[in-house]
Design a protein around this ligand. Structure first.
Ligand code: ZN
Length: 97
């Protein structure tokens, strides 16, 4: 009897488990697709930002924003092609005032 009961309980657990698995799998698939979608969207967005060509305010050369040297000069976000240009620009700004 004990063994039967045990096996019954086991069967019930197994049934419950088997019933739950497809639901869990559906949620997993939805989660994963949502995750992949988000990742792709954010990846695209990042890619677009990275591929933006911006102008160095000092030497006036165009270069990809991902290679930019960022600097905040008097509250303005500026992007330079190199630290040299940034330093020269900042120095020039200092001289003007
Ligand atoms: Zn430059």
């Amino acid at each position: 009897m004990r063994i039967k009961r045990c096996s019954n309980i086991n069967a019930q657990i197994l049934n419950t488990f088997l019933c739950c698995v497809p639901i869990i799998q559906i949620f997993e698939i939805l989660d994963i697709s949502g995750y992949v979608e988000k990742k792709t969207v954010s990846g695209k967005a990042t890619g677009q930002i990275d591929d933006v060509m911006i102008k160095d305010p000092y030497c006036e050369a165009y270069f990809p924003k991902r290679n930019a040297v960022h600097s905040n000069v008097k509250g303005n976000d500026l992007y330079f092609c190199s630290k040299k240009c940034r330093d020269k620009y900042v120095a020039r700004q200092g001289q003007e005032n």
